[in-house]
Design a protein around this ligand. Structure first.
Ligand code: NAP
Length: 254
């Protein structure tokens, strides 16, 4: 018996889960990506790319694809697709498993200020010019144009398009995972005195915060959006739920 699974991805968790499921003959898994990065990391299962056309579109995809289980392994800031997943799974009547990695928590030596959105984090940089290291999504950078007096070092996976009109900015291209020594060197080399980032959680991009702690740098950190619904924090937890679901499906003679 083979179960058809759709993994909503764009994260390390989705890739790792796909790799695990690709080696298990009980599952026929596909990963769905939004198409935010031009050259997505390779996956060990088939990948489809692009939006579904809203929650109804996703429900239609589930029905037409004969999907029996939906796994939401999207980024914790991708609140819209998670809401659509919850609605479509309920509408079409498939089991939904959601993985949401824990948030980062400030530790001794961290100087973080939390913000409800990116605009507030940028505003909090203040009126005096500062050297700011920015790691936000490519499509979230517009508020930087409202505070052009700072010097920005902006890191993204793909080039910013259309380019940002900032008088003093350096654009770096890099894909994680990042290492703490290299992050510390980057912060020193650019003379950074504050970081703006999102509370994404996970290990791949945590090193900049460890480096900030070493250097005593402040961090303006954007809180996650609220996403309703139950979620498990790790891939192992999701696999345990998956095993349980398979066992009950087999018992029901599905
Ligand atoms: P979003 O606001 O939740 O999604 C917007 C739309 O993109 C969705 O309604 C859906 O379009 C499409 N979409 C999102 N994820 C998809 C997936 N896995 N497969 C197919 N379609 C998908 O998310 P976002 O606009 O991509 O990003 C919001 C925040 O999440 C940003 O902070 C971004 O940096 C962060 N983030 C997102 C991803 C990602 O892969 N999406 C990865 C890393 C970080 P339809 O309504 O047409 O189905």
């Amino acid at each position: 018996m083979t179960f058809r699974i759709l993994i909503l991805g764009g994260t390390t968790e989705a890739r790792q889960l796909a790799s695990f499921l690709s080696r298990d003959k009980r599952f026929d898994a596909t990963v769905s990506l939004a198409g935010r990065t031009k050259n997505p990391a390779p996956h060990e299962v088939p990948v489809r790319i692009g939006g579904f056309g809203g929650r109804e579109g996703l429900a239609t995809y589930l029905r037409e694809g004969g999907i029996e289980l939906l796994i939401d392994a999207t980024h914790p800031f991708a609140a819209n697709i998670s809401a659509n997943a919850a609605w479509a799974a309920a509408e079409y009547g498939v089991r939904l498993i959601t993985i949401r990695r824990p948030q980062w928590q400030a530790k001794t030596g961290d100087h973080w200020r939390s913000h409800k959105d990116i605009g507030s984090a940028i505003e909090a940089l203040g009126k005096l010019p500062r050297r700011v290291f920015v790691t936000l999504g490519r499509q979230e950078l517009a508020p930087l144009a409202t505070t052009p007096h700072h010097r920005y070092v902006v890191r993204s996976v793909d080039p910013i398009d259309p380019p940002l009109d900032l008088p003093d900015a350096v654009f770096l291209l890099a894909r994680g995972p990042f290492q703490v020594d290299a992050e510390e060197a980057l912060l020193r080399d650019h003379g950074i005195d504050v970081i703006v980032t999102k509370n994404s959680g996970g290990s791949a991009s945590y090193a900049k915060l460890q480096a900030a702690r070493r250097l005593g740098l402040p961090v303006e950190i954007v809180d996650r959006p609220n996403v309703e619904g139950e979620a498990v924090p790790t891939i192992d937890d999701a696999l345990a739920l998956l095993d349980h679901w398979v066992a009950s499906a087999v018992n029901r003679g599905v």
